[in-house]
Structure formats: C-alpha cells, structure tokens
Ligand binder design. Structure first.
Ligand SMILES: *[C@@H]1O[C@H](CO)[C@@H](O)[C@H](O)[C@H]1NC(C)=O
Ligand SMILES: *[C@@H]1O[C@H](CO)[C@@H](O)[C@H](O)[C@H]1NC(C)=O
Ligand SMILES: *[C@@H]1O[C@H](CO)[C@@H](O)[C@H](O)[C@H]1NC(C)=O
Ligand SMILES: *[C@@H]1O[C@H](CO)[C@@H](O)[C@H](O)[C@H]1NC(C)=O
Ligand SMILES: *[C@@H]1O[C@H](CO)[C@@H](O)[C@H](O)[C@H]1NC(C)=O
Length: 582
C-alpha cells in the first residue's frame, strides 16, 4: 500500500522567493542557447512561470526538505472533468482525496467561489499526481485546489484537452517523441515535418528562455523531433516541450519529456501485452494470471479514468510476482497514440508486444491437444518466427452469453463457451523493433519498417477468444458507456455503425428477453477445458484468480475482526480504568 500522509502547505513567501530564484538561475543557465524566436498566433495563451524548485535550490536556500513546495503544474479542461496536475519533489507522500477540495473561481469575481470534492486522486506517478475534479458548472476564471484545513494553491495555467501537447518520451536515439492533440493530420500518412518546430523551455512566453529544434517526422498525433544537446545534458528538471505549427502559433503543453528507462539487462522478455482499460479491474486478475500461464511476462495497463478498484488489483498482482504496471492515460480519442506510447516503452525490454483488451484471451488450441508435439505453446510459436517477421495477425472469435444469466464465478474463460461461427477482425502481436519510426498505426496495425513483413496466424494455431457479449449485467455497462458511439476509441473507430454494434439493440439499455442465448452458433470449450485441466486445483476445482480474491477477502475480514477485538479490549480497559478511579 502506498504511503499517503498529510503534509504541510507551502507559504506564499516561500513561493515568491522560489520563483525569483528559478528565474534568475534560468537566465544564468549558460547551457541554453538563446533563441530569437518570436511568438505569434492568437490561440496562444500566456503560461505562468512556475516556481519549479530543484533540489539544489532547496539545499541552497536551506529549505526544510520535509515541507517541499507543492504547486499546480497545469489544469486541463475535459468535457466531463477537470484534471489538475500537481508538481512536487519526489519521495514526498501523496495527497488523498479526503484532504482536498476543488475550488472554482467564477468569472464574476463578485460571486463566491465554489468548492467541490475531487472525484478521484491518482497517485500513480509520484512526480505528477493527478487530481480529478468535477466539470466546471459555468464560466470559470480559474480552478485551484484547497486543503480542507487551510489556504489554496496558486492556480496553474489552464489548457483545453483538444489542443495540447500531452506527453513526450525521449527515445534511445535521443529524439523526443511528442504526443499531440489538435493537429488534425491525416490518418495513415506521413505529414510534412517542415510545418512544425519543437520548443523546449520552462516558459514559452519568454522567447529568450526557449530553445527550438527541428521536427524529423510527423504523423497522426505523433511528432518526433531532435532534442537540443543542452536539454539532453541536463536531467530535464521540469522542462516542457511544445510544438509550433506554421501560421498557427504555439500549442499549449503539459508534456515534460521523460527518458525511457534503460533495460535492466540485455535479456528481453519474450512477450509483453499493452492494454487500455476503464473500470475493468474485476477482469484483470484472470486476464493477467491466465496470460502468465501461457507465457506472457509483462503487462502495461493504460488506465482511462478508472474509478474502480484498479490500483488495489494492480498492486496485489504486482505483489504476487506478476510484472504489471498502470499508466494513467486520460486523453480522449487517443487509442493509436496510446499504443504507440506503450510500444515505445516496451521496445527495449520486450521482444514481442500484443495489443489486446482485457476481455480478450490468446488461445492456443494445440496446447489442449496433448498428442501434438509440433507447435503447442506461445513460446514455440514466437521463437519459430524468422527475424523479418514484424507482426502476427490473429483472428478473434466473439463469444456470447452462452446461456448464462449471472456472472460466471470461475471467470470468463471457463464461463463462456458458445460463440459466433465466423471470426471477426484482427488483433496483432508485433515486434517493437520492427515499427516504423513515425509510429503510424491504424486500427491495431502498425506500419512496419522496410524489410519487415506480417503474417496471418492460422486459427488452428492461435486465436483470440473475445468475451464480447457477456451476461447482461456486464454488457449493459459497456452499452451505457458507449451508447452514443458504441464502438469507442479502442475498439475500431472505422467500424461505427457496422457489425461491432450489438446487433438489434437500438439505443436503450434494456435486456432483450433472449439475451443469454444470443451470439451462440458454435460450442467452443477449447480454452475452458485447458484452463480447468492445467490451472484449476485438482481437488477443489478452484482457479488461481478465485483463490487470490478469496484470500484477500479473508485478509480484509481478518483485519476488520482484529479491529473489533482491539476496540473491545480498549473499551474494557477504559471501563476498568473508570472503575478504578471511581
Ligand atoms: C457577470 O456579470 C455581468 C455583469 O454584472 C453579467 O452580465 C453576467 O451575466 C455575469 N455572468 C455570470 C456568469 O454570472
Ligand atoms: C544521448 O545523449 C546522451 C547525453 O547527452 C549521450 O550521452 C548519448 O551518447 C546520446 N546517445 C545517442 C544515441 O546519441
Ligand atoms: C477515455 O474515456 C473517455 C470518456 O470519459 C473517452 O471520451 C475517451 O475517448 C477515452 N479515451 C480513450 C483513449 O479511448
Ligand atoms: C518487469 O519488466 C521490466 C521491463 O519492462 C523489467 O525491466 C523488470 O526487470 C521486470 N521486473 C520483474 C520483477 O521481472
Ligand atoms: C499437430 O499440429 C499440426 C499443425 O496444425 C498438424 O499439421 C499435425 O498434423 C498435428 N499432429 C498431430 C499428431 O495431431
């Protein structure tokens, strides 16, 4: 469990002096070649110079490191929420929801400010804690955060989600990969890189504190540019990167370049998986444990605003030896960019990366065939591929509710056994080394470098079991979420209105009488049989994911019980003491 304690609020005078110091030290910072670049464009809104203090600053000013400055790095307005990115020095306990209020300052300053509790506080990245606030009710001047007990933070710059540089990674060749909203570049094509320029700095408003660099490639939402040497030579601190678009101006940015972690060793994991989720924590255990059993080594989970149990489930899987990490990914309509981001992060440590959803399970039918010694495991299949094979394309079988009316206790793999006869669409497993440097990908397929090819995998060797139409209770959530654009982002955008919509459902989330028997054309118990034979406890038939959940429930009950006993003891002691004093 993460340690989250309350900490002190920074004083205004400290803020002030930090700001002065950072301004001075930035000007003195000689590694910076000053650019004569001038700002233009109406869409540009001034960015406040933030007081990002660094450790040397604290040391110099004799600040007590136990009460470091905390500030709002940026605020991004989404249609259904407001995200506030907090900045504070590492190794400091994170905030909890209970400690904070979102504060809205209305346009008319005469009106009193509005306070609402945050809907979620996400501490995945201790360097960049994110507070999710409810959407603003009316015209709002600024949004800030307040402690329940005392004053509020200075509001940071406010940005719109749809025109923003939102993430940046420094690749191993030292180029920076920017993830950008609002460029509206053509899908599936390289765009003209000379239309753009990258900008590095703390304050894009001040042209003398900004470094320009050349853009190498631009495609879809991804721009790759050279990283200036004087930026590379530093530890980045809180430097931000943004983009100049010809004739339009500078985009707003919340992106601080992050270096990809160096691999621990030269030994790569054979198979990793990238996925995007939203409130699907309860499916994660089975999905991770099953895939671990067939040979997946590492899971990258991109979390789109989940407010379920996901942090807890990921921690618990991680604690049981599964290499699972969660990455906050709140950006709208960014499935392709998210896959590219994940592929980059996975490249140095994974030989193969699969892109599948948490209701999709890789199934190797021959694995069930105990007599067949030819190709049976994932390892067999992957290790047999020639080096020029860059992508394996897999068919997906869509499973229906299989006659069930209630969520199957043993999990989806053993619960759903009836599916449509004809497979749908492809999903892929790629070799990240084979990706084109522009990272173009469309509907689950990346463009490959020259010299790499893809292959369609025979359905008899490996296929994806997609538990797409589960019992109504589960399906209806998906339905509510996507009733407007049922085929949400990380399904296929291209397929809106086609076969990916649940046929015959209209727009009302009312259970059709025959739901449990729909989408059932072929009985397919291949995966179920294998899971029961290989993974279930031979005596109790209990599956490992059930076991883990059960153990955790018992732990929780035990803790509650323990608390009760302690309280009882305390009460007894107090009574005794009272008797004694009487
Ligand atoms: C703000 O005040 C002006 C004039 O006092 C008024 O016309 C306007 O409607 C007010 N706006 C809001 C959001 O209350
Ligand atoms: C990247 O930059 C670092 C720091 O300047 C340097 O040590 C390294 O050699 C560079 N790598 C490449 C591939 O240019
Ligand atoms: C995340 O969920 C929101 C709905 O709140 C949706 O608009 C957005 O497109 C999703 N992001 C991705 C990457 O699919
Ligand atoms: C988890 O995966 C990363 C690569 O993404 C690797 O560097 C690390 O060693 C793995 N950790 C464990 C415990 O296997
Ligand atoms: C094993 O599987 C391969 C590939 O599908 C097939 O060609 C072969 O006939 C099978 N062998 C046996 C003994 O079933």
């Amino acid at each position: 469990m993460k340690d989250r304690r309350k900490r002190e609020v920074v004083t205004w005078s400290r803020f002030f002096w930090c700001t002065i110091f950072v301004v001075l030290s930035s000007i003195l910072f000689t590694g910076f070649t000053f650019s004569t670049f001038r700002l233009f464009g109406e869409s540009f809104r001034p960015v406040l110079l933030s007081s990002w203090p660094n450790p040397t600053l604290e040391a110099l000013s004799g600040e007590n490191p136990s009460s470091p400055p905390i500030e709002i790095r940026a605020t991004v307005i989404f249609p259904d929420q407001v995200l506030i990115f907090l900045k504070y020095p590492p190794s400091v306990p994170l905030f909890t929801k209970e400690l904070l209020d979102c504060v809205y300052f209305p346009m008319n300053s005469s009106r009193t400010q509005l306070k609402l509790p945050p809907s979620w506080v996400d501490g995945e990245n201790p360097n960049n804690q994110i507070v999710r606030c409810p959407p603003q009710a009316g015209p709002t001047r600024t949004i800030s955060l307040a402690w329940k007990s005392s004053g509020h933070l200075r509001a940071g710059p406010t940005h719109r989600w749809d025109s923003l540089v939102y993430e940046a990674l420094v690749d191993r060749d030292n180029t920076t990969v920017l993830f950008v909203k609002g460029l509206n570049l053509r899908s599936d094509r390289l765009s003209d890189p000379t239309r753009f320029e990258c900008l590095y700095g703390w304050d894009f408003k001040n042209p003398r504190l900004v470094l320009k660099s050349k853009v190498i490639s631009a495609a879809q939402e991804i721009v790759r540019c050279r990283t200036p040497l004087s930026v590379l030579d530093r530890t980045f601190d809180s430097i931000k990167v943004s983009l100049v678009v010809n004739h339009k101006g500078i985009l707003q940015s919340v992106a601080q370049p992050q270096r990809l972690p160096a691999p621990d060793s030269n030994e790569k994991q054979e198979m990793c998986v990238c996925t995007m989720v939203r409130n699907q924590a309860r499916f994660l255990r089975e999905w991770v444990m099953y895939h671990a059993r067939i040979g997946v080594n590492r899971w990258f989970i991109y979390d789109n605003n989940s407010d379920d149990d996901i942090e807890h489930v990921v921690d618990s899987l991680d604690g049981s030896g599964f290499n699972v990490t969660r990455h906050t990914w709140p950006w709208i309509k960014t499935q392709e960019a998210g896959f590219a981001h994940c592929a980059l992060r996975a490249r140095d440590s994974c030989e193969w990366v699969g892109f599948i959803d948490v209701d999709e399970f890789l199934h190797l039918p021959l694995q069930s065939d105990t007599n067949n010694q030819t190709v049976s495991s994932l390892h067999d299949l992957l290790s047999q591929q020639p080096h020029w094979l860059g992508e394996l394309r897999l068919w997906c079988y869509s499973f229906g509710p299989s006659g069930l009316k209630k969520v199957p206790e043993g999990g989806v793999t053993v619960g759903y056994t009836c599916r449509l006869g004809v497979p749908e669409r492809h999903k892929s497993i790629i070799r990240p080394e084979a990706l084109n440097p522009a990272l173009i990908n469309v509907v689950h397929h990346f463009h490959l470098r020259d010299g790499f090819k893809y292959m369609n995998v025979d359905r008899g060797l490996m296929v994806i079991n997609h538990y797409k139409y589960q019992v109504w209770e589960v399906f209806k959530e998906k339905f509510y979420r996507r009733v407007a654009t049922y085929v949400a982002d990380w399904q296929e955008d291209e397929n809106v209105g086609s076969k990916d919509r649940a046929p015959g459902l209209g727009t009302k989330a009312v259970e059709p009488d025959d739901w449990s028997n729909r989408f059932c054309e072929v009985t397919d118990t291949g995966l179920k049989d294998w899971v029961m034979r290989v993974m279930a406890d031979p005596h109790t038939q209990v599956l490992p994911w059930q076991q883990q959940e059960e153990e955790e429930r018992e732990d929780r009950l035990f803790l509650i019980e323990e608390d009760k006993i302690k309280n009882k003891r305390r009460r007894r002691k107090r009574r005794r003491e009272k008797r004694d004093t009487d």
